[in-house]
Design a protein around this ligand. Sequence first.
Ligand code: C2O
Length: 549
Amino acid sequence: SITRHYKFDIKLQNVTRLCHTKSIVSVNGQFPGPRIIAREGDRVVVKVVNHVQNNISLHWHGVRQLQSGWADGPAYVTQCPIPTGQTYVYNFTITGQRGTLLWHAHISWLRSTLYGPIVILPKRNVSYPFAKPYKEVPIIFGEWWNADPEAVISQALQTGAGPNVSDAYTINGLPGPLYNCSSKDTFKLKVKPGKTYLLRLINAALNDELFFSIANHSLTVVEADAIYVKPFKTATLIITPGQTTNVLLRTKSHFPNATFLMAARPYVTGLGTFDNSTTAGILEYELPSNSSILNKKKIPLFKPVLPQLNDTSFVANFTTKLRSLASAQFPANIPQTIDKKFLFTVGLGSNPCPENQTCQGPNGTKFSASMNNVSFILPSTALLQAYFFGQSNGVYTIDFPNNPPIPFNYTGTPPNNTIVSNGTKVVVLPFNTSVEVVLQDTSIGGVESHPLHLHGFNFFAVGQGFGNYDPNKDPANFNLVDPIERNTIGVPSGGWVAIRFLADNPGVWFMHCHFDVHTSWGLKMAWIVLDGPLPNQKLPPPPSDLPKC
Ligand code: C2O
């Protein structure tokens, strides 16, 4: 294994989309940002220099960060953000993972323009558990705002209303031909007949789960969140923000005399305002050189059929097909006995409107979101620093509830316990605790699924269902053999998901909804995992250039 050095200069860059030019915060002037490529076992060193007025923090989403919690990146959780003019070096090793992940800004809504792929190849001389693809192509979904996304969220937080939705979804930064004034900004994948392409799909969109499909082609899912899965074929897939999915695309054996749209649009179950537009790219076969097909203009264009916006049964069906390989070569270390069980409700709620203010949320309140009715407030210093130096006083408390404060019971109409309390509350876990968390969607404020992301770990999704989780019945149906192992999971709309992980990584680890609007509203919490007794079970001291608050 080797060390791979990157330099990320954070600077402004003019970008035009939808006939609208604006100055965006970028890495090295690129949008989407540069690709990180490494092999499993490599060390990655990224020197980030902040040349813009915004505070910056970058997160290597899904990288386990074993003993390197200082490099994880969420602002005010593992580090204070990098101020203007300063530099911070993220230094971590990629251990036991291969596949696709993503990096993105982890402060305010800067992820809207600061994101890029992380490509992790297997160790040298180790092959994929499938035939070597002819080519590999990252396909990263995002959202484009004509407005400044930072202003969009800060205004929404002030008024208590829901933020404006984006103006377009994008594929590799490009909205594509189905939007006005956008056809020249279309991602094109040129392919040869009879070949296999590995598409590394990444959802970096801020606020939407996406369906994705390519007209007249099926896709074979082979990996999710940098973990191989049992391959299966599908015409369409669902991918939540923060998730990555590798698929094999087998092209037609002969030049098909047609081009094909690939398209993505949201899966929406909520009741609020949403963007139901579609981003598209083009799959184009290279004309055979001896071709007699001369009039390229006559080549027809086929469009994929995507599921209905609220097709929850497609989503449930797709997610149950995702199974880890769980082979001798790729063992799944699913915790079979559990030291600590948690039940967390996740959902929207509201906060009373402060006096002398008018709020535009539900019934004149402020929109908020919570887990176990706690709406998490980021501190003004970093949790990890406060923990490491024993200065938790006034920063956080260790009383995050293990269970909902009011027993959760959804009976068809949303329960009334929508008022949440604000706090910076964490759960402390001794080293090597085996943990089970049941994440129960509350359906409060509109049925909506929540892509929950855990930093610092992969978890196993051992069970899921609709309605209320039943601790007496549901565990009997848990899959403890080959459940999907991942870092982000959609908590089904009006349902629950059970996850298990082993707390073997000391540090402070964020867990939150990967819809940025829900994170901003407080749908987040943090775990503190204590050091273990052995030297390699301890969190080392912070690097000397760790930014100060
Ligand atoms: Cu991809 Cu805490 O995020």
